[in-house]
Design a protein around this ligand. Structure first.
Ligand code: SF4
Length: 320
C-alpha cells in the first residue's frame, strides 16, 4: 500500500552504533565495488538520526492494549523512530488486514507473502482498542491485499465505521493503498468519509519502479485526485535519500499540488536491512527545512519535513 511508514530505523542508540561503527562514510552506493572483492559498506548515520528508546508508562500501556487485542501497529512493524514519542502521547497507527503484504516495495520492512484469511472481527477489535486507549486522533493503515477482490476495502470501511460508532469524538486519518486502480474499491473509502485520507507516492516519478515495483506514480496521483474530487482532505508523503534530485522533489510537489493534495510529509529513508534499497544520501535537517518552505510556497496547507518525519507523524495537526 505504500505506507511510507518509512521503514525500520533502529530504535535505540545501540542499534545505530552496531551499524555505524562498522561503516566508513562513503559517497558510493551500498554494494558498489571499489575493486574486485571489496564491497562498500552503508553510509554512516549522522548524529541527527539518533533517537531515544521508546519507554515510559504511556508507551507500556499502549503496547499492552495492542498486544492483548492482537493488533498490528505499523509503528512496530516498521520500527518507526518516533514510536516512543507517539506512543508516549497515547497514540498509535494501526495496521489492519494482517501483517503480511502482497507487495514487495524495496524500502519496506513489512513481510511479503501470502496473507492469512481476513479476520472479520478486526474492525471491532481496532475500535475497542481505540476506545481503551482514549485516542483522540488515530491513524489506520493496512498492508496491500491484492489477493482480495475488494482489495480489503470492505474491512477498511467497516473499521472506519466501527471506530466512529465506538469513539464518536475521535478523528482519524486513513493511509490507504491504491487498490490497483479498482475505483469501486476506493469508493468504499470515499463513502465513509475519513477526516483525512493519505496515500503516499513514496518517491519521485523516476524512482517509482525501483522503490515500489507493483505501484505506479500516475495511479497514485489519480487516487489522490479522485479523493479530492470527492471533497476529501488529502495527504501524501515521500522519502528522501533514495537518489532523487532536488528538481525531482519539486516536480513531485507540483504533481501533488496539481491533484489538490493538502498535506505533504518529507522524511529521511533509512535502510531496514542490507537486503533493502541502499540509502544514497542523508539529507541535512536544514535542507529538510528548505523543502518545507518550498512546499508551503507551492500551496500545501501543512508540510512536515525532517529526517525523522514519517507519514503519521504529528497527524493530529493535519485535520483542518
Ligand atoms: S510492501 Fe506492502 S506494506 Fe510495505 S510499503 Fe509496499 S505496499 Fe505498503
Amino acid at each position: 500500500m505504500s505506507t511510507n511508514k518509512n521503514p525500520s530505523t533502529p530504535d535505540s542508540d545501540s542499534d545505530i552504533d552496531n551499524q555505524t561503527n562498522l561503516a566508513p562514510p562513503s559517497p558510493l552506493p551500498f554494494g558498489e565495488k571499489l575493486r574486485e572483492g571489496l564491497e562498500v559498506l552503508p553510509l554512516r548515520k549522522p548524529d541527527w538520526l539518533r533517537v531515544k528508546l521508546p519507554i515510559g508508562k504511556e508507551y507500556s500501556e499502549v503496547r499492552k492494549i495492542t498486544s492483548t487485542h492482537k493488533l498490528h501497529t505499523i509503528c512496530e512493524s516498521g520500527n518507526c523512530p518516533n514510536m516512543g514519542e507517539c506512543w508516549g502521547a497515547g497514540t498509535a497507527t494501526f495496521m489492519i488486514l494482517g501483517n503480511i503484504c502482497t507487495r514487495s516495495c524495496g524500502f519496506c520492512n513489512v513481510a511479503t507473502g501470502k496473507p492469512k484469511a481476513v479476520d472479520l472481527s478486526e474492525p471491532e477489535r481496532v475500535a475497542e482498542s481505540v476506545r481503551l486507549m482514549k485516542v483522540k486522533h488515530c491513524v489506520i493503515t493496512s498492508v496491500d491485499r491484492d489477493d482480495l477482490k475488494d482489495g480489503g476495502s470492505t474491512i477498511w470501511a467497516e473499521t472506519i465505521t466501527a471506530i466512529r460508532r465506538l469513539n464518536p469524538q475521535t478523528k482519524f486519518e486513513t493511509l490507504i493503498p491504491d487498490f490497483q486502480g479498482k475505483w469501486e474499491n476506493l469508493q468504499r473509502i470515499i463513502d465513509v468519509k475519513p477526516d483525512i485520507v493519505s496515500h503516499n507516492t513514496e518517491t519521485v516519478r523516476r524512482l517509482t519502479k525501483q522503490v515500489r515495483i507493483q505501484a505506479k506514480y500516475d495511479r497514485s496521483l489519480e487516487v489522490l485526485k479522485r479523493l479530492k474530487d470527492a471533497g476529501l482532505k488529502t495527504k501524501s508523503g515521500i522519502m528522501l535519500g533514495l537518489g532523487e534530485t532536488e528538481q525531482e522533489i519539486y516536480e513531485t510537489m507540483d504533481d501533488l499540488r496539481a491533484v489538490g493534495c493538502d498535506v505533504l510529509t518529507l522524511g529521511q529513508y533509512l535502510q531496514p536491512t542490507p537486503k533493502h534499497l541502499p540509502v544514497k544520501e542523508f539529507i541535512h535537517p536544514e535542507v529538510f527545512e528548505k523543502y518545507k518552505q518550498v512546499g508551503l510556497e507551492k500551496g500545501f496547507r501543512f508540510v512536515e519535513s525532517g529526517p525523522l518525519v514519517r507519514s503519521s507523524y504529528h497527524a493530529e495537526k493535519h485535520i483542518f
